[in-house]
Structure formats: structure tokens, C-alpha cells
Design a protein around this ligand. Structure first.
Ligand code: ACM
Ligand code: ZN
Length: 510
């Protein structure tokens, strides 16, 4: 049977006789404009659907309606979509399911409009019943190495919501720039948000960077919430801290001088584990996050910490003595514990990259800590064995979209290669996990690290369509996944991405 061109592939699809077709949909305006003439299927329709249990929109000719109705027996984000010649009817138990169903319809309409160059839509009649495999389906965007505008961030949020994702992980700080305003700590954005870009000129006069205003952050968060996407901020601590140290040298072991880094890599200077000032700093940052982000979680980083400064620092040595720690590496476990407790006091749960598991024999792990497995799958497996919830984003399994999509000098991308097929094969809870461990896998995400990225266009080129492949790996049950089917559906999505003004890779998929 021919597939409908939906990504991620729904749980059940039954094609029926006839078509839901016409020239014009209910006239709405908004962000996603397919053409000037054809009515627009705009994401803000979501708001209207959210307010109404039963809602009906008619096309201008009144020949077709789109209906959202309350239904029973659906999972939280599950929905039914019944398409007849006169009606596209979404049923769900609440607004989330309704929104996911609406995105499926949006894809069908967009693909069909793309096919006719915006003149008409024509969707086969069908019955779809659908629900996601995992509750966490995410995308991470690194806005430190490259500062992306709030408008670009919003565009990506809208796109990932079209592909059934529900989590946007916002990487806001790193060695190359600090992007978050924090009350009482103005140097973070005055100094930490800017760096000299030596790639452009040998002279120190080419300054790049930026930060988001509070207003922009609130706008992004609200924009995401309207699309049923939770925004998880990440503040990377205690490593990847050059931008923090440039602004506040007193937080480092040596006192500096430090600079916001223009180079890429893992730097020796990290926050000093021996000074309480780092917790005053973290408290101010967490308060700012609490004010701006309603998310249940805060990501505290924890990846790629180098320990040589702690080995040499008298204050860090004293701290180790105070807590009976034998190795500087254990100081990271101690910091993770402190930060997670500070977040817990603020009603938030901490997430850390998988290195937070290291050297924790003595101090253990914070009780509710969620582990994000990136170096491979083993960190996720270990965290689950230790009873912790896990988000899988292994760079070894197609989740790192900054890698080249193809082994070619002509392709952008860094460090390694990840094909679309590899992203498609990603399984966040593979059969090697026991049922008990698999139950702790919240889901997964793909990450886009932005070292060496000159523009949002290049970022999109690397993200799409591999994000579509990961989206299917997160939503669709393994028995419903099929790469040949995905390739077929991708043809329609390429046209759709063109129509949505999204740059995307078009080369070999494997
Ligand atoms: C990471 O890729 N350093 C989390
Ligand atoms: Zn120190």
C-alpha cells in the first residue's frame, strides 16, 4: 500500500476511497505561508484549538471543514485523524494530541500544496491513529559557538514541532559566548557574549557574538509553548566556561587573565571548585532561569571537564581535604550534587551530560538527576542500571547533526560523518536494554553543535533532513519503521522544506 507522506510515520494509517481536495483552506494568516493566494495553515491555529474542545473551520467555499473534537481513549499526545471528502477531523483527549494531529494534517496539506505549486490541496481520504513511542523528543541547538537570532530559533521550533518533537534544548553558554542576561551580573553579557573572531581577520577588531534579551527569551518560550514544546535551558558547568571566566576571572583557579575563546576544543580553565563564589554565581543564574523558563528541567552540562587546574589549585586541594576526596575528578561529582540540590530547592530537576556519572563511587549521584548520553550509549545504559532517567543522544548513533552527512570534501560539517540512514537507525531504547532499564529512557534528541558555522542556512543544511530521521526514531515504534518507506516520504518533504524556505541536504542518504 502506498504510504501517506507523513514524518514521523503514524502508528496506523488506512487509506480510503476519495480525496479531501479544494482550492482554498480557511483564510488565516501567520508564520507559515504557502502562497499568497492559497489559504495558510498556520501554526497559531493551535491557539484556537487549545481553547475549544470542539471547533470547526470551513474553507471559503464551505465544501470542506477542519474539525477538532474531544475524543476518549487517546494517550497524552495521541490523536485520531479521519479524513473524508468533506472533513478532516482530529480527535484527541486534549490540546497536545490535537496539536500533534494538526501537524500531521499540516504536512499533508503542505506536501499537496507544494506539489501543485500552491494552487490546490488534494489529500487521500484516510483514517490515522497515532501516538508517540517516547515522551522526550528533542532537538538541541548550540547558540554559543554561533549566535543564532531569536527569529531563527523560533523558525526551528516551528519546524521541529511539525515533526512531532516536543523538547527544545537551548545550549546558551559555552567557551565561545554567554547568551543569557542575569540580574546583578552584567559582565556576563557585556564581556562574556562577545569574542574576537580571528577567522576573518588577523587584527583584533572583528567582534562577533550577542545575547538574548529577557523579552526575546520570553517570546521564544511562549512561541514554543504554543506549539507544545518545552524549552530546556542549558548552562554548561563547570567546564566549557571560558566566557564566564572572561567576565568573572575570580571564578577561576588562577584568576586569569581569560578570554572568550575563538578556538574550538576542550580548555584547561574551568570554574574553581574551591571557591564558594561559583555557587553565588550559579544561584543568580538559576534564579534568572527560574524567572524566564517554566521548564521542569535545567541542564547543567558537566561534559568535557579538564582537571589540571584543580590538581594545582590550593583552594581546590583544601576542598578535597574538607570532603575527604582522593582525586580532583571527584570534585566534579561534588559540584554536580551541589548544583542539583540548588535546582531542587527551586523546583527544578537537573540534567547532566554522561560524564556526570564518572568518579561518583564516594558521593553518588543526585537523586533525580537525568543523564543525557552523548559519548555513546553506555552512559545511558549505566544511568538506567543505576535507576536514573535517561535521554539518549549518542554521537555514535546518528544524533550529532553537526557531523558531515557524507564523506566528502564538498560537504560542510565537522569531526565525523553521520548519514541520514544512521540517524534513521537510531533506537533510544535498543533491545540490549532490559525492560526495566528501557522504562527509564525518556526518549532522545539530536544535537546541533555550531562550531565553524557561518550562517543559519548552513546550520539548516546540516540539520535537515537528518532531524526528520531522528524525529521518526523517537516517535515511531521500531516495527513501523522502514527506511525504504522513509526515503519515499522524504521526497514530498524536500519540496515542503523548499516551500518553507528551509535549506536542506539533498545528497546520498547512506
Ligand atoms: C558534548 O557533545 N560535548 C555534549
Ligand atoms: Zn581551584
Amino acid at each position: 500500500m502506498q504510504d501517506m507522506c507523513i514524518i514521523p510515520r503514524p502508528s496506523e494509517t488506512t487509506l480510503k476511497e476519495g480525496f479531501f481536495q479544494g482550492r482554498s483552506l480557511p483564510p488565516v494568516t501567520g508564520d507559515v505561508r504557502f502562497s499568497n493566494e492559497t489559504a495558510i495553515f498556520r501554526a497559531q491555529m493551535n491557539d484556537a484549538f487549545e481553547r475549544a474542545d470542539n471547533m470547526r473551520m470551513r474553507s471559503e467555499s464551505a465544501a470542506q471543514s477542519i474539525v477538532c473534537a474531544h475524543g476518549t481513549g487517546f494517550a497524552d499526545e495521541g490523536y485520531g485523524l479521519i479524513i473524508t471528502e468533506r472533513e478532516a477531523r482530529i480527535e484527541a483527549s486534549g490540546p497536545k494530541g490535537c496539536y500533534r494531529g494538526l501537524q500531521t494534517l499540516r504536512q499533508l496539506l503542505a506536501a499537496s500544496l507544494a506539489d501543485s505549486e500552491g494552487r490546490e490541496f488534494r489529500i487521500p481520504c484516510a483514517e490515522i491513529r497515532d501516538e508517540p513511542r517516547f515522551p522526550w523528543r528533542g532537538f538541541m541547538l548550540d547558540c554559543s559557538r554561533t549566535f543564532f537570532s531569536a527569529a531563527f530559533v523560533k523558525k526551528q521550533i516551528d519546524l521541529i514541532s511539525m515533526y512531532g518533537m516536543n523538547t527544545f534544548h537551548w545550549h546558551l553558554t559555552d567557551d565561545q559566548g554567554w547568551r543569557l542576561p542575569v540580574k546583578g551580573w552584567p559582565k556576563l553579557t557585556e564581556i562574556g557574549a562577545w569574542r574576537t573572531d580571528y577567522h576573518v581577520s588577523a587584527e583584533p577588531d572583528h567582534i562577533v557574538g550577542g545575547f538574548y534579551t529577557e523579552e526575546e527569551i520570553r517570546e521564544v518560550v511562549a512561541y514554543a509553548a504554543a506549539r507544545h514544546i518545552e524549552v530546556i535551558p542549558e548552562i554548561d558547568l563547570p567546564g566549557h566556561a571560558s566566557a564566564i571566566l572572561a567576565a568573572h576571572p575570580e571564578l577561576g583557579c588562577t584568576g586569569g587573565p581569560y578570554a572568550v575563546e575563538d578556538r574550538y576544543g576542550i580548555f584547561p580553565d574551568v570554574l574553581c571548585a574551591g571557591t564558594d563564589k561559583i555557587f553565588d554565581f550559579a544561584a543568580a543564574v538559576f534564579d534568572a532561569l527560574g524567572d524566564l523558563f517554566p521548564s521542569r528541567f535545567v541542564h547543567i552540562g558537566g561534559d568535557e571537564v579538564r582537571f589540571e587546574r584543580w590538581k594545582e589549585c590550593p583552594r581546590c586541594s583544601l576542598r578535597m581535604k574538607e570532603f575527604g576526596l582522593g582525586k580532583p575528578e571527584e570534585l566534579q561529582a561534588w559540584i554536580t550534587m551541589r548544583l542539583a540540590n540548588m535546582l531542587h530547592e527551586r523546583g527544578k530537576t537537573a540534567i547532566g551530560w554522561d560524564e556526570v556519572l564518572h568518579e561518583t563511587e564516594k558521593l553518588g549521584l543526585p537523586e533525580n538527576l537525568i543523564v543525557m548520553s552523548w559519548t555513546g550509549t553506555e552512559g545511558g545504559f549505566e544511568a538506567a542500571r543505576r535507576g536514573h532517567r535517561v535521554v539518549m543522544t549518542p554521537m555514535t548513533d546518528g544524533c550529532y547533526l553537526n557531523f558531515k552527512p557524507l564523506d566528502s570534501q564538498e560537504e560542510p560539517g565537522r569531526l565525523d560523518i553521520t548519514t541520514v540512514k544512521q540517524s534513521y537507525a537510531f533506537d533510544p531504547a535498543p533491545p540490549v536494554m532490559t525492560a526495566e532499564q528501557a522504562a527509564l529512557v525518556e526518549g532522545g534528541q539530536c544535537n546541533f553543535w555550531s562550531e565553524g558555522i557561518d550562517s543559519g542556512r548552513i546550520a539548516e543544511y546540516l540539520v535537515y533532513p537528518r532531524l526528520c530521521a531522528v524525529a521518526e526514531s523517537l516517535w515511531t515504534r521500531p516495527e513501523r519503521k522502514n527506511f525504504e518507506s522513509f526515503k519515499g516520504r522524504l521526497r514530498a518533504h524536500r519540496k515542503m522544506l523548499d516551500l518553507l524556505n528551509v535549506c536542506h541536504y539533498r545528497g546520498p542518504l547512506e
